[in-house]
Design a protein around this ligand. Structure first.
Ligand code: ADP
Ligand code: MG
Length: 554
């Protein structure tokens, strides 16, 4: 077949661009199969898509038998492919600093490798450039397949890459037993090169050094014994002067739900897998969320236990974000004063004296944070440099001083006052109308795509995802769109189950079959999102309809 494809492409040279469509289908190259899945209509359309199936690249089972290793080895191979193809027209989605299961490079059950590649099929104007296409598909591509053969791989580097990811996963899985919500290893590099570059800061980065009182020692399968700062369950406050590294630490914890590539500096910075960054998000839509613990007696008379708005305020959006995170199964909240609604966070004595309790609909987070932990097992890590009110409720206080953490819990306790907690009632569960989650456009065609890191287009809806800060990869945004489609298509959302139950069901399907389970027919790169981000996208869908609220079980 490879000779046939080569002749075909050379013969097409100079023909009208549309003739590329005739390439669709399988081409057998002997040691791999090239499947042309989708062909662009013209040179300016999104790239064409090809699937390369290599049944036996010689990857030993030791490198893929275990699911974590399989993800890591696939990621390693995908990055190698990306480097090798840098000067070609072929594009492999290699991701950024995180190691996430993605569609671009997968290892199958038998140890085969699948690559999903984009290619801008070359043209001269609207004519086919057959010679360039022949070079890409019949020379570059077979060369790539040769270079991905296990005999050609730096096996030590591949093993070290996978070992590192295995250690990260082991570390994260130990957190619960250790009574921690997060861990930051000594020597970790937290700051990034810039606000838009996720690589480690190289010049002047101060490596992390744990304070003695919070130091924890952990044994890992490959690195052996490591030490670092354990962030305990409960309420942890991060304080310190402006520019001393508070947000950088919290940001590293947010990213700690994912595994990082060796050399990133955050390989051993982990948070509980369910940790959710909470922020205010003025203007978002809220669909029948029970925010009653935070908001009561609005001047409009609206029922805040069944709260709906097309235009939430800073405080109500943040309250909804917390309640939705709990509904999606999170028991770890990460909060930074830089992105919160002040009136939901604190209300000082003078303001209470001026605006009497019965005129204030909001119960501030500071009065709910303890009952959240005590009665519901929800821990919070909170950056707060601007108010001492949280001293009253914190179990631990970490002060960042010139990028060095210090345990100042005792000093903060001496400054604390008695505080009377409010009551936190678990928000009611919601049942979603599956028909309101429709990924098709007016003409009934499936439509899932992404605009930068800002918008997920889902059917006729533009979902604003800018405030979903734990999306770390463009592919995850598309992956979340595909997961929404799967929620309905595969019956996880059936109009009877609660959203939480539907997410359980989706999550086990994804764990069993992988991201490809939701995107097999989709011609584009996608990566695995967490259930928390899938829920976050669903909650921002402007067409979403909740049919019923139910009291939370358990
Ligand atoms: P804060 O939230 O306390 O105001 P940030 O976390 O925003 O401070 O950090 C301020 C600046 O310091 C940022 O530019 C950040 O990249 C840099 N920074 C943070 N941690 C370190 C570190 N460990 N070493 C060097 N620079 C750092
Ligand atoms: Mg800050």
């Amino acid at each position: 077949d490879d000779a046939r494809l080569s002749q075909e492409l050379l013969r097409m040279d100079g023909d009208s661009y549309g003739r590329y469509k005739s390439l669709k289908g399988d081409w057998d190259f002997g040691d791999f199969t090239l499947t042309v899945q989708r062909v662009q209509a013209d040179p300016f359309a999104p790239p064409s898509r090809i699937l390369v199936t290599i049944p036996d690249p010689g990857v030993p089972e030791s490198a893929w038998g275990d699911p974590v290793r399989r993800r890591a080895t696939a990621d390693f191979l995908g990055r190698r492919a990306g480097r090798l193809l840098r000067r070609s027209l072929l594009r492999v989605d290699t991701g950024g600093q995180e190691v996430i299961e993605r569609s671009s490079c997968r290892i199958t059950d038998g140890g085969g490798v699948e690559l999903r590649i984009g290619i801008d099929l070359p043209g001269r104007g609207r004519r086919i450039d057959g010679r360039a296409a022949e070079r890409e598909l019949c020379a570059t591509l077979p060369g790539l397949v040769d270079d991905l053969d296990w005999d050609e791989i730096d096996r030590d580097a591949a093993a070290a890459f996978a070992d590192s990811v295995v250690d990260t996963v082991a570390l994260r899985s130990r957190l619960a037993d250790l009574g921690l919500v997060a861990f930051v290893a000594d020597g970790a590099i937290l700051p990034r090169r810039s606000g838009v570059a996720d690589e480690p800061l190289t010049e002047g980065a101060v490596p992390f050094a744990s304070p003695a009182d919070l130091r924890v020692t952990v044994d890992l399968p490959h690195r052996g014994t490591v030490t670092g700062m354990g962030v305990p369950e409960g309420i942890t406050l991060i304080v310190g002067g402006g520019f001393h590294g508070k947000s950088t630490l919290l940001h590293a914890l947010e990213r700690g739900v994912h595994d990082h590539v060796p050399g990133d500096g955050r390989e051993l910075v982990v948070a509980r897998a369910d940790a959710v960054k909470i922020r205010a998000e003025e203007g978002r839509r809220v669909e029948r969320v029970d925010v009653g613990s935070f908001v009561r007696d609005l001047p409009t008379g609206a029922d805040t236990a069944d709260f709906r708005t097309d235009n939430a305020s800073g405080s109500t959006s943040q309250a909804a974000n917390i309640c939705e995170a709990l509904e999606a199964g999170s028991r770890t909240l990460l909060v930074d004063e830089d992105s919160t609604a002040t009136n939901l966070m604190i209300r000082d004595e003078r303001m209470q004296a001026l605006v009497h309790g019965d005129r204030e609909p909001l119960t501030p987070f500071v009065d709910l944070i303890r009952p959240l932990y005590r009665d519901h097992g929800v821990s919070t890590v909170l950056v707060m440099g601007g108010s001492g009110d949280y001293f009253d409720v914190a179990d631990h206080v970490i002060m960042m001083d010139a990028y060095h953490p210090h345990d100042v819990t005792e000093r903060a306790r001496k400054l604390s006052r008695d505080r009377i907690d409010a009551v936190f009632t678990a928000p009611r569960d919601r049942v979603i109308d599956p028909a309101s989650v429709d990924g098709t456009d007016a003409r009934g065609r499936g439509r899932i795509k992404r605009r930068d890191m800002d918008v997920l287009v889902f059917g006729d809806d533009d979902i604003d995802v800018r405030s979903i800060e734990q999306f770390v990869d463009p592919g995850q945004i598309v992956g979340a769109g595909l997961a929404l489609r799967a929620l309905v298509r595969d019956g996880h959302l059936d109009g009877r189950r609660t959203l939480a139950e539907a997410l359980d069901s989706l999550e086990s399907a994804l764990a069993e079959h992988g991201i490809i389970h939701v995107g097999a027919d989709f011609g584009g790169d996608h990566a695995l999102p967490r259930r928390q981000e899938v829920a976050a996208v669903l909650n921002r869908l402007r067409s979403l309809k909740v049919t019923e609220q139910r009291p939370r079980r358990g």
